[in-house]
Design a protein. Structure first.
Length: 747
């Protein structure tokens, strides 16, 4: 046949299918339905089946078929300038047109159930193409394969026949693919070399854009390596017929960038992400990577005005999806569908990564929830993670470096393994010298004060083992200085300035360690919550027990909050001097603290004590002055006199007292025993409220003078008005106890 033509219209599939065959040339010889000899044929034509298929030239040479043996052998097939169209409908089904069934003439002696054997010695395809239109995605998405060249040899359906193939083509204009190697169709066994260059990722954007809040703006994949695919024989075993595979080689994702949909700001990008010495296996599954490299990468972390973190909103909240989007059926012209294969439980994937190299990282943080907004920049992030593996007992070493705003160096080092059943972590991290003025928006909002100056350093150590966390969080503040007060409704009511003054040492440093421990299995446990509670408790302790906090550092404990005196006395005891020495040491080490001193007197015990003190003063004055009258204002020291001397001096004091004394029948004052004289003198000694206040003031001045003697600056000591306080009167004193003392408060 030469110069043949064929017109074909098929309306059985809903959408009419028109085909036109031109330039038909065919040669057929030795046709014998009895199968006594093989038939030979050649064929050539062009095909235009708009819009499905366009074929400029197709030829078959040296074709032979044997009806009796059900064999078809072709020497060479060539195709040129081919374009094939495949469409996926809006319901997710992929439609394609099947050619009419050709019933072969069967020889009487042939076995009709015997399959045909097909053999093609050589295939050559030039300028082949494919256009895939996906109506499931709106708007319509189009993918193309163009410029495909295919060379294949020894293609056959006969089991065990090894064929060779080499092809190259372009995907979506820029992607270049080369595949070459050998394979066997039955059972499938292939050894191929695969090379992909600059395969663009953006055409895939429509398939996940509805689920993400980020837009992929650019990115390309390249890979090269060896691909081995095998199908196990159908022997009836549990794993028979499974597809096994292995890829070894290199993969790179370069020039990647994704932007935030809400404001079109950069979200994530990198120059190169490489996976070297990759070994990925299927059945059994495993993944091994010799080296991962991430260079010149950038990430943006943002807290929006509503207080939500952008990282937690990458994936949109899911909504009930259309059934057509849940599963895609492949439907033929007869309406048959291929059911999806359900995936059962799979064992954990063994993973091994030799080394991860990070270089030139930049992470920007912006908090738009705080007014004014806060931003920070972690730069020059680099380092390594070595020996990462999912094998039990293996530990990877971590060593990362970076800087905070190009000023504060950042280091993270230790061991970890997040891939095992019970993740393990043992790392140390520190950042030194963060400028605190940058954190002023936070202090203004939550502390009620702006920050004028200061630096922050953090030293943390975290360990997770058997799902138990132990952590140390050391916070070091250098020269923290608050500025003007800020009117913020969310600011704490606790005295943060007092807390800073209490914690700051003489060098202007604050050094705090906040340990954390807990079980990761406990749903109520959270690191942030525990840290917040610890900081809150610290501030509460400043309010309720500032001296206990001070005493925990310098000794003395809560007792530093007051100094007790003997009833009626204003002189310092040995224990009081020791306590004041510890307090002076604490004040000198905390130069920002100011001490308020309040003298107190108890109306009961001090009234009687003051009477006794006055009597003792008169006795000592008589002894010191050779028997002269004493002065009521003499400071009383410990009495050192025997009972005889005491009785003589007491009698003189008694005789000098102007009150009604017991007399004899002659009207002369009786001589009384010592106890009775003491009782009468004390009973007739008057102590009023002013006397008690004077006593309290003398106590306060005694304390002040002792602190001054211990080098505490006078401008940091403040005397408050004296108080008369009954024992255990909590309303009158912040420190419950006896009233015969001096109490302190810090500012």
């Amino acid at each position: 046949i030469t110069g043949g033509a064929l017109r074909w219209r098929d309306e059985s599939h809903g959408e009419p299918f028109d085909a036109r065959v031109d330039g038909l040339a065919a040669k057929l010889s030795n046709v014998d339905s009895k199968g006594s000899a093989a038939s030979e044929f050649d064929l050539a034509f062009s095909l235009d089946a708009e819009p499905w298929v366009k074929l400029k030239a197709f030829s078959v040479k040296d074709g032979r078929f044997d009806l009796a043996k059900r064999e078809l052998r072709i020497g060479e097939v060539a195709a040129r300038d081919v374009m094939l169209l495949i469409r996926r409908a809006a319901d997710g089904s992929i439609l394609f047109v099947e050619p009419p069934s050709l019933r072969a003439v069967e020889a009487s002696q042939a076995d009709a159930s015997k399959p045909w054997k097909l053999t093609l010695a050589k295939y050559r395809g030039e300028n082949l193409g494919l256009r895939f239109e996906d109506s499931l995605i709106s708007p319509l998405v189009v993918h193309t394969i163009a410029g495909m060249e295919v060379d294949a040899e020894n293609l056959s359906t006969e089991p065990g026949t090894t064929a060779r193939i080499a092809t190259r083509f372009r995907i979506n204009t820029r992607g270049e693919v080369e595949i070459g190697g050998s394979f066997t169709l039955f059972p499938l066994d292939s050894e191929l070399k695969v090379a992909v260059k600059t395969l663009q990722l953006t055409p895939l954007q429509p398939y996940f854009t509805d689920q993400l809040n980020v837009v992929l703006s650019r990115g390309q994949v390249s890979l090269s390596g060896d691909l081995r695919m095998q199908q196990t024989p159908l022997t009836g075993a549990a794993d028979a017929g499974q597809l096994a595979g292995r890829f070894t080689g290199q993969v790179a994702v370069g020039d990647f960038a994704a932007v935030d949909k809400r404001d079109s700001s950069d979200f994530l990008k990198w120059k190169s992400l490489t996976f070297g010495n990759l070994d990925a296996r299927l059945n059994p599954n495993s993944l091994s990577i010799g080296e991962v490299g991430l260079a010149q990468f950038f990430a943006r972390v943002v807290i929006d005005p509503q207080g939500k973190l952008n990282l937690s909103q990458i994936v949109r909240e899911s909504a009930p999806a259309d059934d057509a989007r849940q599963a895609t059926a492949v439907v033929s012209a007869q309406g048959k569908a291929v059911a999806p294969v359900a995936s059962g439980d799979r064992p954990a994937l063994p993973i091994k990564v030799g080394k991860i190299n990070l270089r030139g990282g930049d992470i920007k943080f912006t908090d738009n929830f705080i007014k004014p907004n806060y931003s920070a920049d972690l730069k020059k992030i680099g380092g390594t993670i070595s020996g990462l593996s999912s094998a039990d007992g293996s530990l990877a070493s971590l060593d990362l470096r970076g800087s905070y705003d190009d000023i504060a160096p950042l280091t993270i080092a230790g061991q970890l393994n997040p891939l095992i059943a019970d993740p393990f972590l043992d790392i140390k991290a520190d950042v030194k010298g963060i400028e605190l003025t940058a954190l002023s928006p936070y202090s203004s909002k939550y502390a009620g004060y702006a920050i004028d100056k200061g630096k922050l350093s953090l030293f943390v150590k975290y360990k997770i083992e058997r799902k138990q966390l132990t952590a140390e969080n050391r916070i070091f503040l250098d020269q923290l200085t608050f500025g003007e007060a800020v009117d913020s409704p969310e600011a704490t009511k606790l005295p943060v300035t007092l807390a800073v003054a209490l914690l700051k040492n003489s060098q202007g440093e604050i050094d705090i360690n906040l340990p954390v421990a807990g079980s990761l299995d406990d749903p109520e446990f959270s690191i942030g919550g525990v840290l917040g509670e610890l900081i809150g408790n610290l501030l509460v302790k400043v309010v309720t027990s500032p001296f206990a906090l001070l005493g925990s550092v310098f000794g003395g404990g809560e007792e530093l909050s007051n100094v007790a005196f003997d009833s009626g006395r204003a002189s310092l005891t040995a224990s009081a001097k020791q306590r004041l020495e510890a307090l002076a040491k604490a004040l000198l080490a905390r130069p920002a603290l100011k001490l308020e001193i309040t003298g107190q007197a108890d109306p009961d015990s001090d009234r009687e004590g003051l009477k006794r003190a006055r009597l003792d003063g008169k006795l000592r004055a008589l002894k010191r002055e050779g028997g002269k009258k004493g002065d009521d204002d003499v400071v009383v020291e410990t009495m050192e006199m025997d009972s005889e001397e005491y009785a003589q001096l007491l009698e003189r004091v008694y005789s000098d007292q102007d009150f009604e004394k017991p007399r004899n029948l002659l009207g002369i004052a009786k001589r009384l025993p010592v106890e009775e004289m003491e009782a009468l003198v004390l009973a007739n000694t008057r102590v009023d409220e002013q006397d008690l206040r004077d006593l309290a003031e003398r106590r306060a001045k005694a304390v002040r003078d002792r602190l001054l003697a211990d080098k505490v600056p006078a401008q940091r000591l403040f005397l408050h008005p004296a108080e008369i306080v009954k024992a255990d009167d909590k309303s009158a004193s912040p420190v419950p106890g006896k009233g015969n003392r001096v109490v302190f408060s810090l500012q």
